[in-house]
Design a protein around this ligand. Sequence first.
Ligand code: PEP
Ligand code: MG
Length: 755
Amino acid sequence: MPSLGRLRRIVQDVSGASTLDESLRLISDQVKDVMSVDVCSIYLMDADRGDLVLMCTQGLDPGSVGNVRMPIGDGLVGTIAERQQVLKTDDALQHPSFHYFPETNEELFHAFLGVPIVHYRQVVGVLVVQQQESRQFDSEHEAFLVTVAAQLAGTLSHAINSGKVSNLLKGRKKANTHIDGIVGSSGIGIGKVVRAGGSISFKDVDEVCALDKDAELLSFKRALVAVGKELDQGHQQMADTPGDVQAIFDAYRLILESDDLQVAIRNRIYDGLIAPAALKSVIEEHAAIFEEMDDPYFQARGEDIRNIGLRILRYLVEPNAKPNEYGQPVILIGDVVSVSDIAEVPAEKLAGIVCQQGSALSHTAILAGALGVPAVMGVGKLPLRMLAGQSGIVDGYRGRVYFQPSSALMAEYIRLVRQESEFDRALDKLRHLPGETRDGYRLSLMVNTGLLADISPGLEKGAEGIGLYRTEIPFMIHDSFPSEEEQYRLYRKVLKDFYPRPVTMRTLDIGGDKPLPYFPVNEDNPYLGWRGIRFTLDHPEIFSGQLRAMLRASKGLENLKILLPMVSSVDEVDAFLLLLDKSVASLKEEGVEVNRPPIGVMIEVPSTMFLLDFLAERVDFLSIGTNDLTQYLLAVDRNNDQVARLFSRLHPSVVRALHLIVEKSRKLDLNVSLCGELAADPAAVLLLLGLGVDSLSMNAHGLPRIKHVIRSFKKSDTEQLLAEALKLGSEKEIRSLLNNALEDAGLGGLIRSGV
Ligand code: PEP
Ligand code: MG
């Protein structure tokens, strides 16, 4: 009987395959072998023609591959796809749905078991086994085949997409082939595809013995020096970018200068390998250690090691390599795109970034966001060599990339880019105007920041202050907890740059999806675990260092407000207030007189919605964090792409929760702001206006558009919309109500980019 071990091997082998054909062959070979059947075939959906085509078979006539096509609902295979159900019969030939194709020799096979391959509710294909003798496949066979299909659906769907890209480039197909990934940084970029780090890849490096060890050692040493210089140059070119972006260069330098890596590579050269082969084996080993960790932050560090490895390899293979010339806008594409790859392209020429690997947490995504360059991460395997030189579109709103787009699609995206920049230019005139409705209701419009890079865009867009400064980002790209002094310098700069506007600094909110590389925590449910204030209260030495740095930084400016993340009970607030008093007192003892700033609580754990009267006795303001509030209210992990469709920002329960919070806060005379992504969603803003929140905080990019929405409506109209929305039972209905209102106000163009 098929074992779990065999199942794992099939899945592993298939995910290691480099082409769709290889994946299909591996599946059919191994399933046929494990299940001891006469035939295993795979049919895949041809989305363009709307039917299923036989893509691979072990057992039927090989000539039938590509020729047998089955419309949905037709034949046994089409029936399986239509019903999305398993079908088994001891004699296929007698089955009423059987459709005979003479080219297959199928008449020889009687027993039939077929299962649909389904990825996110969409049929990708059908997996079939057949046997000559007439017999019923048993439930264990059925369970095994269903499991194989379910496990491979995602991999196959990805392989189909990248196969489509290859076919397109071979000129077989002219369509707007796209590939989907994870949003790394929003925006739209159009340009020529350029392979990051040139055409060098570890794949081309063979394990060859060195003829002259000393020469290999020397070339390795020279490559290290060259990469060091390149990092220095990149560092200088990025001099205008924030200190935390520059910290990324420091992280690269640490890897480059790491004794562990250098000694291991030298040893392998001593053992007889050429330098590129020694480098390849050490880099792959070290990167794999990180990549096998569950934690996305550590996985991203594996990416950094590979980046540096490829840089060194480039100089080993082409010792006189020169930087590329960039005449036209480029889309940098690579397995990973390193910070130095980015630094190599003049800022005005960098139109987009596409990474085969990586997550929204990788340094590349952080940097792309800070630089305002659209980026799509984690797109999976692509034929990079073939893509270089082609034209492409990076849609960073949808996490989608188009290669060789048709002229109609290209024209549409060019129109969108123009429209966006014209619209943004037109909105510039709103810069000095308040966020005020047509009937005189005013709310403050603030920015969310975390990188120093967001500071100037925030000011340029007319932000009235910082509504959320996420202090954990600088903590995340350091190699140890930053000292009080380091934090003081950073906070002082932020407070000064924004002075006299208010700056709301949130205390450290690590945990969940924001682990610290130097302080690993192993938890089964990190979002329900040691996060935010739970962590900092348990580490008063770290917490008071941060509080002291904030208090000192605000001295003389007095524009600081402190915000507490992940509060779930008033005890936590009381414990914090004690610590705050102690920090103020300790500074006083040192001769530094500081004022106690306004204190606020994030309303993001649902329990706090029912504690508002107790909180009102203790704090000065509230800030609703809809990212987490939605996650906890709906029990949907905000970072899990498998359930991303269930993360409804305007779910009726979310709307009702917001209603409850704002109504109650008003009665308690508590100032209430909203700083989750919802604040940048034009449709949602109509409801927030109706509710009467005091301020909204969002990324700088979204601010002018939201101001425009606010200035286009009357508060009384939005109150009406809110009353109607509160009667609706689904996000779909709520969205359509709000989108209609946007359309009627002539703001239909904002519907797409706001979400
Ligand atoms: C939130 O949860 O809505 C929020 C603003 O904080 P973060 O996204 O940093 O958790
Ligand atoms: Mg939060």
